[in-house]
Every structure is written in structure tokens, then in C-alpha cells.
Design a protein around this ligand. Structure first.
Ligand code: PEP
Length: 268
């Protein structure tokens, strides 16, 4: 890519794990082993742990994210949390994770409204997209992901679109121990940027960091970061393990330093 070097990002999705106390303790322990400012590091605990994790991470440079946000600002939505409520607790939010698409029936249009709310309220959305195994086997993976993007980002590009991050997470790779090939993820990252450009999200297409997610570990993160079009990882299971996070972020730091030193360079 031409222009500014994109950041290297490692985002931890703790899903429905950890009480608030456990989250604070784990965040502190992980913070001690991922002291790599070259990497943008984000920890996304359950809602109930946001305040404790924010406090545990104060002064570390590690940022806090939520795993979801409601598409309305307030109202009769029992059990939901809106973007204004996340102010001061989180600066990132995952939108459209496949587990929410599956379990909460979230549609692309709804996910798009969440992304919009996040952007309006200064939260950096990590928009998760990805195909089912049958789609990939049928050679339709790029078409499916492009349709997800079109469904979520169909409106005009907002002025703050540059804070958008896309996580390419093939559904068959999430929590299965079966990761995608680096080359396939890289091809998808290129396809995602072209899809954004076709949608008229030109700033985002130029600058958007594209993360890979799906059974990322310290052992395989290098395969993804070796691809110039991949800018980091959204990590689920391995992000609950201190040693795994240490290895993942250490590898990401090598890439971040290499890319910063060789603007537009090809590898990390
Ligand atoms: C995720 O939760 O976004 C994820 C990719 O999970 P895992 O790393 O466990 O596959």
C-alpha cells in the first residue's frame, strides 16, 4: 500500500470469560508481558469487567474494548448497553462477531448501525466479517464477505471512517484450532479493501487495518503478519493465556518495527 504505514494491532476478545476480579488480575498479568508500544494492544473483556480492566491497564498504553454495543442510544432494551454508556470505559468495540451473528441473529444492517453508533461516539469499531466453510469450499468466500460489508457499510462514508478496523474471521476457523492459510487471509484482505472502495468508503479503503482472526496463537501469528496486507489479529482463546499473548505481541512488535522502518515495505 502507498501512504502512511498502518498500525499493527492485537485485539484480545475474552468472550464470556472472567469475572470482573479475574479480568482485572488477568489484564494486569498480561500487561506485564506485552509492554510493546509499537503494537496497538486492545483487551476486550465482558462488559462487567470493563471498569476493572480499565483501571488495571491505566498507564500501560493498552486500550480497552467492548465486545458489543447496541444500535440505539437509550430506550426499552433490557440487558443492552449503548455507545454513550461505554464512554470512559472503552475506546474500541467489536461489532458483528460471528458468535453474535449466530446467537443473537445480528444482521449486516443491524451491525452497520452499531458501527455507525460507535463511530459517532468516538469508539473504534472492529467490524468482524467472515464466511462459512461451505462458502469457502464453494469458492464464494470473497463474494460473501463483500456482501457482509455492503450490508453493513451501505451508507455514505462518515468523516471518521478512518478509525474503522475490519477483522476477517472465517467462521470455520473461530475456536476450532483450524486457522486459515496466511495467503488466503491476505487475498481476502485485498478483496476487503477493494470492496470498501467500491462502496465509496475511499478513506477507509486506503487506510483500514485488516486483522485476521480464527485460532490465532503465538505459533501461527507469524504466518499472518508475514503478509503485508494483514495488520494484526483478533485473538479469542489464546488471548486468555499470558504466555500466548506475550508471544503474539512480541511477534507483532517485530512486524510493527519492520514496517515502520520500511515504509510501504513488503514484509515483517
Ligand atoms: C474470536 O473470538 O474472534 C476468535 C477469533 O476466537 P479464536 O481465536 O478462539 O478462534
Amino acid at each position: 500500500m502507498m501512504g502512511a504505514v498502518r498500525p499493527v494491532i492485537v485485539a484480545a476478545n475474552w468472550k464470556m470469560h472472567t469475572t470482573a476480579a479475574e479480568a482485572a488480575a488477568l489484564a494486569g498479568a498480561i500487561a506485564a508481558v506485552i509492554d510493546e508500544p509499537a503494537v496497538t494492544r486492545v483487551i476486550c473483556p465482558p462488559y462487567v469487567g470493563l471498569a476493572a480492566v480499565r483501571d488495571a491497564l491505566a498507564g500501560t498504553g493498552i486500550e480497552v474494548g467492548a465486545q458489543n454495543v447496541h444500535h440505539e442510544l437509550a430506550g426499552p432494551f433490557t440487558g443492552e448497553v449503548s455507545a454513550p454508556m461505554l464512554q470512559g470505559l472503552a475506546s474500541w468495540v467489536i461489532c458483528g462477531h460471528s458468535e453474535r451473528r449466530r446467537d443473537a441473529g445480528e444482521t449486516d444492517a443491524l451491525i452497520g448501525r452499531k458501527v455507525g453508533r460507535a463511530l459517532e461516539h468516538g469508539l473504534r469499531p472492529i467490524l468482524a466479517v467472515g464466511e462459512q466453510l461451505a462458502d469457502r469450499q464453494a469458492g464464494r468466500a470473497e463474494e460473501v464477505v463483500a456482501a457482509q460489508l455492503a450490508g453493513a457499510l451501505g451508507g455514505p462514508e462518515p468523516a471518521v471512517a478512518e478509525s474503522l478496523v475490519i477483522a476477517y474471521e472465517p467462521v470455520w476457523a473461530i475456536g476450532t484450532g483450524r486457522n486459515a492459510h496466511g495467503a488466503d487471509a491476505a487475498a481476502m484482505a485485498g478483496s476487503i479493501r477493494r470492496a470498501l472502495a467500491r462502496l465509496g468508503w475511499r478513506d477507509a479503503a486506503e487506510r483500514v487495518p485488516v486483522l485476521y482472526g480464527g485460532s490465532v496463537t503465538a505459533a501461527n501469528i507469524g504466518e499472518f503478519l508475514a503478509e503485508p496486507s494483514i495488520d494484526g489479529a483478533l485473538v479469542g482463546g489464546a488471548s486468555l493465556k499470558i504466555d500466548e499473548m506475550a508471544g503474539i505481541v512480541a511477534r507483532a512488535a517485530l512486524t510493527a518495527r519492520a514496517r515502520a522502518g520500511v515504509q510501504g515495505g513488503s514484509n515483517g
